[in-house]
Design a binder for this molecule. Structure first.
Ligand code: COA
Length: 188
């Protein structure tokens, strides 16, 4: 049986490994949706080692890493700072990134990563968690909705020379639900 992932906060030493994982997970997630070139341009801009090192050093951002032994298998980024006007909950924190490597999906690790996010959000004093999600990312939307996130509005997301309108979801940190698995993902 595959052992469960372990979670920890990222640091400067993780920049190279996280850059690789962030690029891999982005390309895996969106390869069926958008132009390959737009995806690789986005990866080149956001997930080169210097950009990821800057993220890890950013005082407004907290990066959680999910690891299988020494190997990274997922990550989440929590960001304080500006919020879209539709986010009206108290003490908001953005779940800016939330990704597992393909091999780690479908075994409950997303749920465990979200528990780690909830604990970190509490530690940071946040009361509201919000996120924007690509409207065609049905698996992620299903995941968030099953955990109690509600759509509260939309935001513009520039990507590949176009503006995408992403649904914005939010939830009170203490109200995140952790339902029992249905087994649906294992069948697909
Ligand atoms: C979003 C994401 C992190 C969620 O992770 P996940 O592995 O799909 O979700 P879960 O943790 O709920 O696990 C899924 C399945 O694992 C199975 N599972 C096995 N053991 C389990 C356990 N102990 N607990 C929960 N689920 C378990 C279940 O079948 C469950 O599906 P179900 O809830 O329909 O029954 C993941 O899909 C992902 O990384 N997607 C690509 C990146 C992405 O889209 N990110 C969002 C950007 S906004």
């Amino acid at each position: 049986m595959t052992p469960p992932l372990t979670f920890r906060r990222g640091s400067a030493d993780d920049a190279e490994a996280l850059a690789l994982l962030a690029a891999q997970t982005f390309l895996e997630t969106y390869r069926d949706f958008e132009e390959v070139q737009d995806n690789t341009d986005y990866v080149a801009k956001h997930f080169r080692v210097p950009a990821v090192a800057a993220l890890l050093a950013d005082p407004q951002a907290t990066t959680l890493l999910a690891a299988s032994g020494a190997e990274l298998a997922g990550y989440a980024v929590l960001r304080a700072g500006s919020t879209p006007s539709c986010v009206t909950g108290e003490k908001p924190l953005q779940l800016e990134r939330f990704y597992l490597a393909e091999a780690a999906i479908g075994r409950g690790e997303g749920t465990r990563l979200l528990r780690a996010v909830q604990a970190e959000a509490r530690r940071l004093g946040a009361l509201t968690l919000w996120l924007g999600v690509y409207h065609r990312n049905a698996r992620a939307i299903r995941f968030y909705e099953a955990r109690g996130f509600c759509q509260i509005g939309e935001r513009d997301f520039p990507f590949g020379g176009r503006i995408f309108v992403d649904p914005v979801y939010a939830i009170a940190v203490d109200e995140i639900r952790f339902p029992e698995p249905t087994g649906r993902s294992r069948e697909s």
